[in-house]
Ligand binder design. Structure first.
Ligand code: ADP
Ligand code: UDP
Length: 255
């Protein structure tokens, strides 16, 4: 038995997509993935039964893959359907976005063509602040915020590029084209930077290489909701089916 018996504690935080609960071990938190989909900073919201469980399973597999490749993450184990155990971190309020192809906000901000390959992948930093609408950060704004040292910032970017490289390669073998993704990082009790939050089609764009380039069926991520295409849970099921073939066996913990 590698984990002593654990029990759930109080609700610590409820976000748009997840609830964080304390456990009887202060070094561990239980995360519950919700069945809601939100867009436009939470202004549009719907309930999509089955989504939370799928995002939890997909995230657990991908965190396990990254841990196996030597990257520190907050993942500590799968608890059950839609629940995982993580290390509580002191979060860095940055959204680190990696872009392998042009899509989404980039198309509105730079003269790029949808799907245009970006080599090397573009790394954009945003300030994670709902009230301010998660603004894009220039170098000077990042310096003004004073939330990371230059050493931490370069460590964070190295880790983010490693995550993107690993996921792009592995998902590519499953005919899933990783277009872009958003990452969040935090520091653990010893000060080590770890990848946090979730790794799911809510936070990345994935295009199905088995579908023709112009077909809406190619979109397997949250853009199905943003663009009113429907079929989001079916698309997430398809991603989950392909990722499960990797057979990564995420650690399981019983409460
Ligand atoms: P949002 O903040 O966008 O409403 P969620 O519902 O997904 O999103 O809430 C998750 C929150 O928990 C985010 O603020 C995220 O930064 C934070 N978080 C993610 N992983 C951890 C962690 N290991 N420790 C502490 N906070 C975390
Ligand atoms: N993203 C996210 N949370 C955010 C903003 C963006 O997970 O608050 C993800 C989004 O799903 C996409 C990537 O980050 O995979 C790049 O998003 P973009 O800047 O294109 O913004 P969007 O078009 O999603 O508003």
């Amino acid at each position: 038995m590698d984990t002593p018996a654990l029990a759930l504690g109080s609700l610590l935080h409820e976000g748009k997509a997840k609830r964080f609960h304390a456990t009887t071990d202060p070094r561990l938190c239980a995360v519950e993935f919700k069945d809601t989909a939100t867009a436009s900073n939470g202004r549009h919201q719907v309930r999509l039964p089955g989504k939370g469980k799928l995002n939890c399973r997909i995230s657990a597999q991908l965190f396990t893959l990254l841990e196996q490749s030597g990257l520190p993450t907050h993942f500590q184990g799968l608890l059950g359907d839609g629940w995982m155990l993580v290390r509580p971190l002191r979060m860095i309020p940055l959204e680190v976005v990696l872009r392998n192809r042009a899509a989404g906000s980039l198309l509105r901000q730079l003269p790029t063509v949808a799907g245009q390959q970006l080599e090397p992948p573009l790394l954009d930093l945003y300030f994670k602040d709902d009230a301010l609408g998660d603004p894009f950060l220039s170098e000077a704004r990042l310096a003004t915020l004073n939330i990371v040292t230059s050493r931490e910032r370069s460590q964070l970017e190295t880790m983010a590029r490693q995550v993107n490289r690993t996921l792009h390669q592995v998902l590519g073998k499953l005919a899933l084209d990783l277009v872009d993704l958003k990452l969040e990082f935090g520091r653990d009790a010893s000060g080590q930077l770890r990848l946090a939050d979730e790794l799911s089609p809510d936070n990345c764009r994935l295009w199905d290489e088995r579908q023709s380039p112009d077909s809406p069926g190619r979109i397997l991520d949250k853009d199905r909701f943003r663009q009113g295409l429907g079929g989001l849970v079916d698309a997430y099921e398809e991603i989950n089916r392909r990722i499960q073939t990797l057979d990564l066996k995420p650690r399981r913990v019983w409460l």
